[in-house]
Design a protein around this ligand. Structure first.
Ligand code: AMP
Length: 248
């Protein structure tokens, strides 16, 4: 059984992204880039399933500029067997990414698709759902627990106020939530060994997918700065202030 795991190269979660002064975009020149944290969780889950003997091959895939190779090498160091880089300098919408994944899947025929629940740069939370729709495959988004059997996958999903458990026929599309697992730390020897693992290159044209952007960004803005708080000396003073502000 094969798993296809999508890993996106995004601005590292520790970086505070600034908006350009003209509001046309965000300034990410020279900032640290990393694998999308939810995708690390997706890779980790695939590796655990392989270690448990449930799947035999993990293929990591990333779409975007040349530097996505670094992200794929990290996935290989974590335990993926081989990687596919769909190289393009165009900006990719979730729908285009889903179409590219579908095009690759036609050749790869995976039983399980593992994605992150959202990319922390665009926060779209759309790709897994769109891919499932394009493939006409069942989806288990926001996965918190995954149990893989021969013909089905049992997924416990995070939903408002609790969890929901679904049994999905294979092939199925899953998206990882935070509680699914804690990704392993990548050790240097594994990174070195990952350099020898196969990394295949392709591009949207070869896959027959037109990169079209149906989204137009109107403007970017910094979130409003929060007003400073105020310390009060007593409960009575707090109540008086709340009354004066007509909050109670
Ligand atoms: P999004 O729908 O943009 O929030 O992304 C959800 C998930 O889709 C991510 O966590 C990745 O697993 C996958 N994904 C999105 N864009 C890419 C990309 N350019 N390359 C690889 N995977 C991607």
């Amino acid at each position: 059984m094969k798993a296809l795991v999508a890993v996106k190269r995004v601005v590292d979660y520790n970086v505070k992204v600034r908006v350009k002064t003209d509001g046309s975009d965000v300034d990410i020149g020279n900032v640290k880039m990393s694998m999308n944290p939810f995708d690390e969780i997706a890779v980790e889950e695939a590796v655990r399933l392989k270690e448990a003997g449930k799947i035999s091959e993990i293929v990591a895939i990333s779409m975007g500029e040349k530097k996505c190779e670094d992200t794929l090498r990290t996935a290989l160091a974590m335990g993926a067997d081989r990687a596919i880089h769909v190289e393009t300098d165009e900006s990719l919408s979730p729908l285009t990414v889903a179409k590219l994944l579908k095009a690759v899947a036609e050749k790869e025929q995976p039983s399980l698709y593992l994605l992150g629940k959202q990319a922390i740069d665009d926060d779209a939370n759309q790709t897994a759902q769109m891919l499932a729709a394009l493939l006409n495959a069942p989806q288990g988004t926001f996965a918190a627990k995954v149990e893989l059997n021969d013909n089905e996958v049992i997924v416990t999903r995070e939903i408002d106020g609790g969890t929901e458990t679904l049994a999905l026929n294979l092939p199925a599309v899953l998206s990882s939530d935070l509680r699914l697992n804690e990704p392993r730390f990548v050790k240097l020897p594994n990174l070195m060994a990952a350099k020898k693992k196969p990394l295949e290159k392709t591009n949207p044209e070869q896959l027959g997918v037109a990169v079209e952007n149906r989204l137009q960004t109107v403007k970017y803005a910094e979130p409003k700065t929060r007003q400073a708080g105020e310390k009060v000396a007593s409960v009575a003073e707090l109540v008086a202030k709340l009354k004066a502000a007509k909050a109670i």
